[in-house]
Design a binder for this molecule. Structure first.
Ligand SMILES: [Zn+2]
Length: 484
């Protein structure tokens, strides 16, 4: 029976962040635990695993390494991970191909195109004929190298990402058709000269809807194997930053290039719609206080944890206090404050300075006074398809402090708001709150949109500020919309 190796190395690197992503930042699943941990998730690895039954292959698990988005990946951990992958594959019993989950926006200290470098090393070790089908996050900054060194790329089609398992299965199916010699994939890349603002990364809204519909329509053509739409990750200052279109055809390079160019033109021609006009923290909180539709979701765009920021921004919290807002809940990453709560104990009174500690970009610490309601180990499970596709979550030791009739949850690990279980596990019912602050841009929507009374996106400063003009880009292609 056909045997396929499966592996994952995933990181989205914010090059404006000074927090390096080192070995300690990566959480690894080893071969022996890989199937158990990922099989039931909504991740592309789950698709690789589940595909075995559907497409009749056996799995050779290697390892999966993933870290919460932050600064560049260190050379040290990158070299170790790629070496481990190559060693695993060399030690494997006979296997015919590799299903590999990459992110596509990993930047390594010495390699701006980290994902392309993984593939280059694999090609060096195993030659150009070894089939490697790669899944990428829709925030990938796709490079020429990724296209050249992979057999085929399969990119998520949804943001928030809720189709990851499906894409994993699509990759598996493609691999099996390649091995049966039914198809010979050839792929072409097109990149419009632009960055796509994170506000427009919602695939259920314009301008992405018609473009994704066109891509899906292309896949109905039997000569077109995959029509990929990547949104890009604007917080990586690298040559390949920006949206990309990769069309994979069955041995028809001209068709691949023509259709990739056509999709690329669709986005380029929509650039006039990509305006950014959001309220600041003071305006947004005022709107939220007067809203009659609860809960109001206040989206702190400048501290989008899933985009690599510290998770301890205080701009909205400070404003909520200043304007005397009530009934809000916010989560702040502050391990020091968690320790103070543990010392005070459940029911204890605390006076804390929370947040604003990671750097000087995300506001000053804010004074809160209240009672510790709960101390929790921070672990929770999400069973639904949510952004990121993970089942097991860990926000580290967590304390909930009651401040007036509002709640502040303090976590020991940075945790993006991809799951309502983040709050439910702490005994907080988000549907009963008047306001919820989420540190995110788009990804939170899969969890929060169904319960939201109103959503207010807030233009706050920070490492993921919504306006790209806040950043000094040095390595991107020029000219580039909207910078030039
Ligand atoms: Zn993503």
């Amino acid at each position: 029976m056909t045997r396929l190796a499966i592996a994952g190395i995933m990181h989205e690197s914010n090059t404006f962040s000074d927090t390096p992503t080192d070995a300690a930042a990566f959480s690894q699943t080893h071969a022996s635990n890989m199937i158990k941990r990922w099989e039931e998730a909504h991740h592309e690895l789950s698709g690789f695993i589940q595909g075995a039954t559907q497409y009749d292959y056996t799995i050779y698990p290697t390892f999966m390494a993933t870290a919460t988005p932050a600064g560049r990946v260190t050379d040290d951990v990158f070299d170790r991970m790629t070496e481990m992958l190559i060693q695993h594959l060399k030690a494997a019993p006979k296997h015919e191909g590799l299903l590999l989950a990459l992110h596509g926006a990993m930047v390594v200290e010495s390699y701006p195109d980290g994902d392309g470098e993984v593939l280059r090393r694999l090609r060096d070790a195993f030659g150009s004929d070894f089939p490697i089908v790669v899944t990428l996050d829709q925030h990938a900054n796709v490079s020429e190298q990724m296209v050249d060194k992979s057999t085929a790329l399969v990119i998520y089609k949804t943001t928030p990402h809720i189709d990851q398992r499906q894409r994993g299965r699509q990759a598996a199916e493609l691999m099996m058709r390649i091995l049966r010699e039914e198809i010979t994939p050839t792929q072409a890349l097109a990149k419009p000269p632009m960055l796509l603002n994170i506000l427009y990364h919602v695939t259920s809204a314009p301008p992405m809807v018609p473009i994704l519909n066109a891509a899906k329509q292309l896949e109905e053509d039997p000569n077109i194997l995959v029509a990929n739409v990547a949104l890009g990750y604007p917080y990586a200052d690298v040559h390949e930053a920006g949206p990309a279109f990769v069309v994979v055809t069955d041995d028809d390079p001209q068709l691949a290039q023509m259709e990739a160019d056509r999709l690329s033109d669709m986005l380029w021609n929509a650039r006039g719609q990509l305006t950014v006009d959001l309220p600041n923290a003071a305006q947004a909180v005022e709107q939220a206080i007067h809203s009659e539709k609860h809960p109001v979701i206040l989206v702190e765009m400048g501290d989008n944890i899933g985009g690599g920021s510290p998770g301890d921004s205080t701009f909205i919290l400070a404003e909520l206090q200043r304007q005397g807002a009530s009934g809000f809940v916010g989560v702040i990453h502050d391990p020091e404050a968690v320790q103070s709560c543990i010392q005070a104990g459940v029911g204890g009174r605390v006076s804390l300075e929370v947040g604003g500690k990671a750097d000087n970009l995300h506001g000053d610490p804010v004074s809160i006074h209240g009672d510790v309601r709960l101390i929790h180990d921070g672990r929770y499970i999400e069973t639904q398809p949510r952004h990121g596709g993970q089942r097991y979550h860990d926000q580290g030791l967590t304390a909930v402090v009651v401040v007036g009739d509002s709640l502040v949850a303090l976590t020991s690990l940075r945790q993006p708001p991809f799951s309502l279980q983040q709050l439910y596990s702490l005994g907080i019912d988000p549907t009963e709150m008047r306001m919820i602050v989420v540190k995110a841009a788009v990804a939170y929507r899969a969890a929060y949109e169904p319960i939201a009374g109103q959503i207010i996106e807030v233009d706050t400063p920070g490492l993921t500020a919504v306006n790209p003009l806040h950043f000094e880009y040095q390595n991107v292609r020029r000219p580039l919309f909207p910078l030039d």
